[in-house]
Design a protein around this ligand. Structure first.
Ligand SMILES: [Mg+2]
Length: 144
């Protein structure tokens, strides 16, 4: 599993496009989550959602620990993690992180773009992301 766009400027990577946007992900994620949490996503606190994020990070870390053991020729692995298993855990982290952001009222697309741009500006890099317009929808809650 290699990051094939790692050396490209963000603007170039963004122009290649992605079928999935933060907004589309949020809308589907919230709709599905309400089936698990019919009383509302807020029935779990932000710390509940953060615990879920941390749990998925732990699952990802465990797989990467196995990869490190393989790299170093150490025993102890019950299986050899596949790229798909690692990608699935990355996706689980993203899914719970988006739900945490929802509960916190964070618009992920806007927050990521603004922070990315601020860091680029701070370190003097030219890479910038387009900051989405702030629009209030059911899936994009305003920051409280
Ligand atoms: Mg998982």
């Amino acid at each position: 599993m290699k990051n094939t766009q790692g050396s490209q400027p963000a603007s170039s990577a963004a122009s290649t496009g992605s079928a999935l946007t933060f907004d589309a992900f949020r809308a589907a994620n919230v709709a599905r989550c309400l089936k698990w949490h019919p009383k509302g996503i807020e029935s779990w606190s932000s710390s509940d959602w953060l615990t879920a994020v941390a749990g998925e990070l732990g699952e990802l870390a465990s797989l990467l620990k196995m990869r490190n053991r393989e790299r170093d020729g150490l025993p102890g692995n019950k299986f050899s993690p596949t790229d798909k298993q690692i990608a699935d855990e990355v996706a689980d982290v993203a899914t719970y992180l988006d739900l945490l952001a929802y509960v916190l009222g964070v618009d992920m697309g806007r927050a990521v773009a603004e922070k990315f741009n601020a860091v680029s500006e701070r370190v003097g890099f030219p890479d910038r992301l387009e900051v989405p317009n702030a629009e209030s929808t059911d899936a994009k809650r305003s920051v409280r």
